[in-house]
Design a protein around this ligand. Structure first.
Ligand code: SAH
Ligand code: AVI
Length: 326
């Protein structure tokens, strides 16, 4: 590991099993519900993170390339809004691909703190960044950001904290949980801090449904990988051949829902507990909410932020938004 990639007290990047007792309880709770649910945060073991990377390159998945182009086109203005010597804290950093644009341009960054639940993937991404940006202190934090955690202290005192939350990962939270997460970010931003966030916008449902039902089946693999992970890590016995990927847009809730549908009546054991599935019954594995600018601004405001700048592509598919603490 590079010298500048420090392990941290809040969990750091150390090798150990990825699903803990609290995760197991949350998974069992979700499977006991009607309808059955599993949190999308459980997609991201090493294979899940790799499959997400493949999704970002699919022609149907417009989100990543559109957000990247918005960032590139507006980087000068973003740099002037962030100002010098900021600390950049990224929630759900994944491979930090979009962040490289910021790291290339921001003025004398005090530190970069990538926060992600996918431990090994985070470690590899942080090492690559530390090698490519030796002048920036990179402090990776492998935690579940929906649970309490402490941020590491950078060596250089930052002039302000900027929370970065790209990818429209905010959409993967139910509206009340999304607002609660924005409130955590409000606290992390501290006085004079800001939030830079990627938010996917409402659009023609067929465009959305294609993005989550790609023709090569990578999204289906990503979805099914959740069951493979429960087999590997919780001793579950899901037969992957007896579940089908389904993604539908629910107009009334403004969200894509991803499901794993049982192809037949079957019983599955997870961590010693049995779960019955009827034919056609599904587990909802992910919601991906899409917002109008007004809907997102209202939610940000309830969390204490004012949206002060919005950048979009010409087709208004995706937005990057700059929010200040009010
Ligand atoms: N920011 C990247 C990756 C988005 S994928 C991009 O814009 O392309 C979502 C990322 O969030 C994954 O890397 C996943 O591991 C992480 N993630 C999801 N839920 C999380 C949680 N509860 N805590 C920490 N990281 C989480
Ligand atoms: C990480 N998140 C914003 C992605 C999304 O679009 O909701 C995850 C994903 N699910 C299916 N494809 C991509």
């Amino acid at each position: 590991m590079s010298r500048r990639v420090a392990a941290t007290e809040a969990g750091g990047v150390t090798p150990r099993s990825t699903l803990g007792p609290a995760d197991r309880d949350e998974i069992l709770q979700g499977l006991r519900q009607h309808p059955k649910t599993l949190s999308p945060k459980f997609f991201y073991d090493e294979r899940g993170s790799q499959l997400f990377e493949e999704i970002t390159e699919l022609p149907e998945y417009y989100l990543t390339r559109t957000e990247l182009s918005i960032m590139r086109e507006n980087i000068d203005e973003i740099v002037s809004l962030v100002g010098p010597q900021a600390s950049l804290v990224e929630f759900g950093s994944g491979s930090s691909m979009k962040t490289r644009i910021l790291l290339d341009h921001l003025d004398r960054l005090a530190a970069y703190v990538p926060v992600d639940i996918s431990r090994d993937h985070l470690k590899a991404s942080a090492e690559a960044l530390a090698a490519d940006f030796p002048h920036i202190e990179v402090l990776p934090l492998a935690v579940d950001f929906t649970r309490p955690f402490d941020l590491p202290q950078p060596r250089v005192m930052p002039l302000r904290n900027v929370v970065y939350f790209p990818g429209s990962t905010i959409g993967n939270f139910m509206p009340s949980a999304a607002q609660a997460l924005l409130e955590v970010m409000y606290e992390e931003a501290k006085e004079d801090g800001a939030l830079l966030i990627g938010v996917d916008l409402k659009k023609d449902p067929p465009v959305l449904e294609r993005a989550y039902n790609d023709s090569t089946g990578v999204t289906a693999e990503f979805n099914l990988n959740m069951l493979r992970r429960l087999n590997n890590e919780l001793g579950a016995d899901f037969d992957l051949g007896r579940f089908r990927h389904r993604a539908v847009y629910r107009e009334s809730q403004g969200r894509i829902e991803m499901h794993l549908v049982s192809a037949s009546a079957q019983t599955v054991t997870v961590a010693g507990e049995q779960f019955e599935f009827a034919e056609g019954e599904s587990i909802r594995t992910e919601c991906s909410h899409k917002y109008t600018l007004e809907e997102f601004a209202a939610m940000a405001e309830r969390a204490g932020f004012a949206v002060t700048r919005v950048w979009m592509d010409r087709e208004r598919l995706f937005s990057v938004q700059y929010c200040l603490r009010r």
